[in-house]
Design a protein around this ligand. Structure first.
Ligand SMILES: [Zn+2]
Length: 59
């Protein structure tokens, strides 16, 4: 099943409407890492990764 991750769920303060979509959790995580760069995030911390994983859901 496809997975989605809403950027606003990870960081509500960003006001970002971006939605990351992928066929697998791994794909979503990879795309989320690329999207994070648009927010100036160069290094994904364990805390951020945990928040991202907690917000990935089935599309
Ligand atoms: Zn975003």
């Amino acid at each position: 099943m496809a997975k989605i991750l809403e950027c606003a769920k990870v960081d509500p303060s960003s006001g970002c409407q971006h939605v990351v979509r992928g066929e697998t959790e791994e794909e979503v995580l990879q795309k989320a890492g690329e999207h994070a760069k648009e927010h100036g995030i160069r290094q994904v911390t364990p805390e951020l990764m945990a928040r991202v994983k907690a917000n990935i859901r089935d599309a």
